[in-house]
Design a protein around this ligand. Structure first.
Ligand SMILES: *[C@@H]1O[C@H](CO)[C@@H](O)[C@H](O)[C@H]1NC(C)=O
Length: 267
C-alpha cells in the first residue's frame, strides 16, 4: 500500500551505497503465503522503507476483510486498520473502515532496516507463525481527528481515510504523546467511556439506534517479530534470520449507534 517511490534523497543514498558495492536497499516488498485459522491461504504483503522508517503488513481474510498494520518507528506509532465488508441489503455501507492507533513499543516488530534486507528462499512455502502471542485487549476510549492527525504520524491520513469517524486511540497513549508535545486538539473524548457501567455492549443491545460499546478482534497472522542471531567463525554472533509471530488484538470502543457495529451480534 506504500509504493516505494524513489525520493531524491533515497536516490542519492542508493548511489553512494552502490559505489560502496553493498547491496543495501532502502525499500522492499515481500510477498509471503500465510495460513489463516480457517485453513485458507492468503498472500500477505510486507513493505518496508528504511528511510521513512516504516513497515506495513497487509492481508485479506477469507470473509473479505482487509487487515493492514503500519509501524511508524519515527513517531513510535502503530496503526491497525480493518476494512470490514458491509451488507448493503441491511442498510450498511459497502465497507466500514476501522482505524486503531496506539503507541509502538520497542521490539514489537523488527527494525525497518532489517526488514528491507529480508528475503525468502522459497516463496511457495505456506507459513504459520512460530510464536503465537497472547491476545491484547485495548480499550480505545478516545477519537483522533483525521484532518489534524499529521503531527502524530503523517501516515494516518492515507491509512485512515476510509475510517473517518472510526479512528480510535487510548487515553494512556494520548498522555504519552501530549508529553512529547503533540497538540491536544487532535484528540477527542467520547461522551461515554466504554468501561463505564452505563454503556451497554452492542451485542447485548437490540435497539439499532442506541449508543453502545462495540468490540472488534483481529489477528496479525504472520510478522517478523524478532531477529535471530547465529554464531559463525567470528567472535560475535551475526543476524541470520527472523522469528515470526502472530498476535491478536481486541479493541473495545464507543459507537454512537449499534447499527455501526453489526459484526458484534454474531459473537
Ligand atoms: C477535525 O478538525 C477540523 C479542523 O479543526 C474540524 O473542522 C473538524 O470538525 C474536526 N472533526 C471532528 C470530527 O471533530
Amino acid at each position: 500500500m506504500y509504493p516505494c517511490s524513489i525520493s531524491p534523497t533515497s536516490l542519492r543514498i542508493s548511489l553512494v551505497v552502490l559505489a560502496l558495492l553493498l547491496s543495501v536497499s532502502v525499500c522492499s516488498e515481500l510477498k509471503v503465503l500465510v495460513r489463516l485459522p480457517d485453513g485458507q491461504v492468503t498472500a500477505e504483503t510486507l513493505e518496508s522503507d528504511s528511510e521513512r522508517d516504516i513497515i506495513s503488513v497487509e492481508f485479506r481474510h477469507t470473509d473479505g476483510t482487509l487487515i493492514t498494520f503500519l509501524a511508524d518507528f519515527k513517531r513510535h506509532v502503530k496503526i491497525l486498520r480493518a476494512l470490514v465488508l458491509g451488507e448493503p441489503e441491511r442498510g450498511q455501507t459497502q465497507y466500514q473502515g476501522l482505524c486503531f492507533i496506539s503507541r509502538l513499543e520497542h521490539g514489537e516488530i523488527i527494525p525497518s532496516e532489517a526488514m528491507v534486507r529480508l528475503r525468502q528462499k522459497n516463496p511457495h512455502v505456506v507459513r504459520t507463525a512460530e510464536e503465537k502471542r497472547a491476545l491484547e485487549r485495548m480499550s480505545m476510549n478516545m477519537a483522533v481527528n483525521l484532518t489534524l492527525s499529521w503531527p502524530l504520524s503523517s501516515h494516518i491520513r492515507s491509512m485512515c481515510r476510509d475510517a473517518q469517524d472510526f479512528i480510535y486511540t487510548r487515553e494512556q497513549d494520548v498522555k504519552y504523546w501530549l508529553e512529547k508535545g503533540v497538540d491536544a486538539s487532535i484528540f477527542k473524548v467520547f461522551p461515554q467511556n466504554v468501561e463505564s457501567a452505563g454503556l451497554p455492549s452492542c451485542s447485548a443491545t437490540t435497539d439499532l439506534w442506541q449508543p453502545c460499546s462495540c468490540s472488534y478482534t483481529l489477528r496479525l497472522e504472520w510478522y517478523p517479530c524478532m531477529l535471530k542471531y547465529c554464531r559463525g567463525h567470528g567472535p560475535s554472533p551475526y543476524k541470520c534470520g527472523i522469528r515470526s509471530c502472530s498476535k491478536a488484538y481486541r479493541f473495545d470502543f464507543y459507537t454512537s449507534r449499534k447499527q455501526l457495529c453489526m459484526w458484534d451480534e454474531e459473537s
